[in-house]
Design a protein around this ligand. Structure first.
Ligand SMILES: Cc1cc2nc3c(=O)[nH]c(=O)nc-3n(C[C@H](O)[C@H](O)[C@H](O)COP(=O)(O)OP(=O)(O)OC[C@H]3O[C@@H](n4cnc5c(N)ncnc54)[C@H](O)[C@@H]3O)c2cc1C
Length: 521
């Protein structure tokens, strides 16, 4: 072994970078080794045609934890927003649409629903605010008897209790519901129900009638885009600019980042992780190894089941992590026209999910390994906010499409063309001449996402975000505090608490856990 470090972080996804920067800031000698030629993982900006730059996977920034922004001084390292508080424009099938901006709803919505939306959202944000502190906390161990764990458990309970009797009851009622029931109890207008149901299932293999979808909605609302609760923002320069800012912060604190260096395995000596071996055979020593790769890849491929308990290996194999979200990125020779929308509407986040049953029906085929013939979509045109993303007068359009199951029965090599046609067909129902504007395009199915970004199953969260895979059960009980059952090995990616989205909390918590455990050793 040539070099030696305090910590090696495997993967320069945003969580790996947050973890590396936090450890380096605390005085550790840190090396980040990334397989890809670019830092950022699924949060990157790429050119799909000369001059046309897109956020390859993640495109909307709304979860990045305020502590990460502040502690790592991301603004001084280049983080800028091109749009704050992006409105959601829910598209109806006949050109009518509904606009949701903060707590206000306008457009195709009844007067009763307009008032209901405002008070409902305030209530949801209040609940979500009580979940916020949990995001940047290492989950407690159950039954350990340790004072720190007991304190954290008490804090979790207090977060709910402090809502007061009525709100606490309502929180417990809502938290356990599926989002379809919740929306049907609250609203009468299809478009508002559809748009909110879409948010609850985005990035998951769940439909609005699946259990736990009111909770996934609260998780989403716990974010603070640009400092505003529940707000959506676009980063200037695309999502890659966020991870570039993180890499700048890590380097400024002394971390070293090597790209284009895939790790083959974690080196183990005397039941302890002691470094990594790269694909090119180089071995690098470290006191600990922190993996930004997903839990299945980390434990089964990089470490190897031979170093783990059989029961633990079974739990890892059983983590549900089959992605259902695809991405379509388009380079356009001009601004597309959407029926019924004016130029300012196009600056919003457009959602195709015209009612809650449409979303559920879109999900149905995915349960049986088929893609949806009527998929739901989230569309942004980031070049309208940031001219650096496309040549003058041209645009880029970025679409998340659900449902496109990872395990497509016919295989994605056979199904991708038909799916691409379906996506364009649905888009053209709302923007009739869109096809004629396309200069270049890319479709990333979960299968492509797995291969290109090394995310097992192409899953948005590195593992389904569901009751049985949250908090002290994430990714599995024996590794929920970021530390693996093998000394010196840690996790720091979206597969750990609190999950995915460009949030950085998993990376931050993992770094704090490493520091705390070292201090206690
Ligand atoms: C289609 C799609 C759209 C999305 N849209 C949004 C959105 O709009 N907003 C949002 O907030 N979130 C979005 N997400 C979710 C978000 O992108 C992820 O949750 C987040 O990027 C996970 O970050 P991470 O750092 O934990 O892991 P990753 O981004 O997956 O990074 C892990 C890194 O580890 C590296 N790695 C893996 N194995 C090795 C190895 N053996 N050697 C070296 N390096 C390795 C990988 O190359 C990668 O760079 C989207 C996800 C998808 C798939």
């Amino acid at each position: 072994m040539t070099d030696s470090y305090d910590s090696i972080v495997v993967g320069a996804g945003h969580n790996g970078l947050v973890c590396a920067a936090t450890l380096a800031k605390a005085g550790r000698k840190v090396l980040v080794v990334e397989a890809s030629d670019q830092v950022g993982g699924a949060a990157v900006t790429r050119e799909i045609a000369p001059g046309y730059k897109v956020s390859a996977c993640a495109h909307i920034l709304h979860l990045l934890h305020p502590k990460v922004i502040k502690d790592l001084k991301l603004k001084s390292h280049g983080l800028k927003l091109s749009s704050k508080n992006l409105p959601t424009v829910a598209l109806g099938t006949d050109g009518e649409h509904l606009t949701l901006t903060g707590n206000k709803a306008s457009g195709a919505i009844s007067a009763a629903d307009r008032a209901a939306y405002s008070s409902w959202r305030k209530q949801m944000l209040k609940f979500a605010k009580h979940l916020q502190p949990m995001l940047a906390t290492v989950p407690p161990r159950l039954g350990s008897g340790d004072r720190g764990d007991l304190r954290k458990l008490a804090k979790l309970g207090w977060a709910v209790r402090s809502l007061g009797r009525n709100d606490m009851r309502e929180f417990l009622r809502v938290g356990g519901m599926n989002v379809a029931d919740l929306l049907e109890d609250t609203f009468e207008s299809d478009l508002v129900r559809g748009a909110i149901a879409f948010d609850a299932v985005l990035g998951t293999h769940l439909g609005p009638r699946s259990p736990g979808t009111a909770l996934t909605l609260l998780y989403r609302l716990a974010g603070k885009g640009g400092g505003t609760a529940g707000a959506l923002t676009l980063p200037e320069g695309g999502m890659g600019a966020v991870t570039e800012a993180l890499a700048n912060a890590a380097r400024a604190h002394g971390a070293e980042i090597r790209t284009g260096r895939p790790v083959r395995r974690v080196l183990v000596e005397n039941d302890r992780a002691v470094g990594v071996e790269l694909e090119d055979g180089a071995k690098i020593a470290s006191q600990n190894v922190i993996s930004n790769a997903d839990p299945r890849r980390t434990f089964l491929d990089l470490l190897g089941p031979e170093h783990l308990d059989t029961g633990f290996v079974t739990q890892v194999r059983n983590i549900r992590m089959r992605g259902d979200a695809a991405k379509v990125n388009l380079a356009l020779d001009g601004l597309p026209e959407f029926t019924g929308l004016d130029a300012s509407d196009l600056k919003g986040r457009l959602v195709i999910a015209p009612d809650v049953n449409y979303v559920e029906r879109a999900f149905n085929p995915a349960k049986y390994g088929k893609f949806s013939p009527e998929p739901v979509m989230e569309i942004t045109i980031p070049s309208l906010h940031d001219a650096s993303l496309a040549p003058e007068g041209k645009q880029v359009l970025s679409v998340v499409v659900q449902y496109a199951p990872y395990g497509l029965k016919e295989g994605w090599e056979n199904g991708r063309e038909a799916f691409a046609k379906i996506v364009l067909g649905v888009l053209e129902r709302y923007a009739p001449k869109l096809g004629s504007r396309i200069v270049a395009s890319e479709l990333l199915t979960p299968f492509d996402i797995e291969r290109q970004f090394r995310m097992t199953g192409g899953h948005w969260h590195h593992g389904e975000l569901a009751f049985d895979q949250m908090l002290m059960l994430r990714p599995v009980p024996g590794a929920a505090q970021y530390a693996a059952p093998l000394d010196g090995l840690y996790l720091c990616g979206a597969g750990s608490h609190p999950g995915g989205g460009v949030m950085g909390a998993a990376g931050l918590n993992a770094a704090n856990q490493v520091i705390q455990r070292e201090a206690a050793a």
